[in-house]
Design a protein around this ligand. Sequence first.
Ligand code: FPP
Length: 255
Amino acid sequence: MSAVDSPLNQLLSQIDPKRLPRHVGIIMDGNGRWAESRGQDRLVGHREGSRSVRAITRLSRKLGLQALTLYAFSSQNWQRPAEEVAGLMALLREYLVGERDEIMDNDIRLTALGDLDKLPRMVREPLDALMAESAGNGAMTLSLALSYGGREELLMACRALLAEGCAAEALDEARFEQRLYTAHLPQLDLVIRTSGELRLSNFLLWQSAYAEMHFTDILWPDFREEAFAHALLDYQARERRCGKTGAQVRLVSGE
Ligand code: FPP
């Protein structure tokens, strides 16, 4: 079989480039179970998971997605054993240093969402450096949710609005969104969660209001290009009504 008609290329050829989600968020779950099922340390799963990060970022860029947001470390993940937290921080640093060229060569802007002040310097420094260096890149925005929680983000936005003296009658959705970590990102259209869990776990709570959900049993370290293509095809099979009727939506899209 030639590369042209490989199973992946066959799947990719079915994706309509005009109907891609603008912004995909991924809850990358199952690293620990992936490793434990092989009798290995959980960190081995996180390391293999970082290879999935690379594969999915590359394909997102190749397909022309505007934004990809990855839930890499939640506000609640600080409660994990110190050894696992330290291992994850080391892996994040390795990723930020090691992926610098790939990110710059592909015109990707790197941003981060979350309480970044909580991150150790060994992560914060390469993160700040790459965010600054890539700030002018425009082909795609890759955001890492780090020390991130959706409830924490909503409270942070409320505090910022109160601090700037925003009057109750001056507050609307647009102004509120300006105070979220995602103010610079397009609307979230698709949320993917791996590993069979069926919940949002505090990920992009405001932003997911009208997002499509794709849940898969595949564990994150095994979630590679074909699984992502299936998720995008699943998204394209949905009708995005956002409160309207199906007839109204089809009228606007000319179907
Ligand atoms: C959830 O799996 C995953 C995490 C808490 C960390 C995600 C981190 C990575 C994918 C690697 C590093 C990230 C980047 C951006 C290089 P889990 O540990 O909760 O798995 P389990 O539910 O099977 O225990």
